[in-house]
Design a protein around this ligand. Structure first.
Ligand code: ADE
Length: 227
């Protein structure tokens, strides 16, 4: 998979993409991430990429031209499956969408800033608009990092143990059951007996019951969605 990220702040991505699972996916050659500084596509010597909104009002708007030029150049080089704009008024990100996007080949992610981007970019270039939650971030970068992480970790071959992504919370519409590791007795707090019984069927059943219980208590809406 190739992910091209269009941003005013490419430096924001250096930490999150340099560690752990994403780093491993990049090192294994399973995913390529390319950052594009939209200021490089500005037409003036001050490298401006924003301007006042027509009709007045507070805040600046990201101009159409630098974004259009960057996307056009990328599309001249290869085909893209989706051109995604991260925005609080987009479709709410859920596991199902990450699963679907993890099967794609090439994605463009556009990070917005200020008051938003010129609507004509959204009309003519964007194929999908995604929000990572009902709150407003200062820009699309953190949302793009969240989206990229949720996609990359489930690409086949990224996680060592293929089954571990499948047993994540949400993959089967349930939250994950509790987990424990050694010691079996910590300060007198004991691990549930069944987990050290060695009885695989009983352990599976216990985990399922715990997952259902947890989902009922914490996210009952998920159980309704299942029906
Ligand atoms: N940009 C600002 N807030 C956002 C959000 N909640 N999701 C996606 N992009 C955003």
């Amino acid at each position: 998979m190739r992910i091209d990220i269009l941003t005013l702040f490419p430096g924001m991505f250096s930490g999150p993409f340099d560690f752990s699972i994403i780093r491993r996916a990049i090192d294994k050659g399973i995913v390529e991430i390319h950052l594009h500084d939209l200021r490089d596509f500005s037409k003036n010597k001050y490298r401006t990429v924003d301007d006042y909104p027509f009709g007045g009002g507070a805040g600046m708007v990201m101009m159409a031209e630098p974004i259009a030029d960057c996307i056009t150049r990328l599309k001249d080089e290869r085909d893209y499956d989706e051109v995604i704009f991260l925005t609080p008024d987009g479709q709410l990100l859920e596991q199902k969408m990450s699963n679907e996007l993890s099967l794609k080949g090439n994605l463009i992610l556009l990070c917005g800033h200020y008051k938003g981007v010129d609507e004509r970019v959204r009309e003519h270039f964007i194929t999908k608009e995604i929000s990572i939650g009902d709150y407003v971030l200062s820009g699309g970068e953190i949302a793009a990092i969240v989206l990229a992480d949720s996609i990359i970790r489930i690409i086949p071959g990224v996680l060592g143990d293929e089954t571990s992504a499948l047993s994540d919370s949400f993959q089967d519409g349930l939250l994950s059951p509790p987990v424990y590791t050694r010691p079996a007795d910590f300060k007198g707090w004991k691990v549930p007996e069944v987990l050290i019984s060695g009885h695989e069927a009983k352990i599976r059943e216990w985990r399922l019951q715990q997952a259902i219980e947890r989902t009922k208590n914490r996210r009952p809406g998920l159980l309704e969605e299942k029906d």
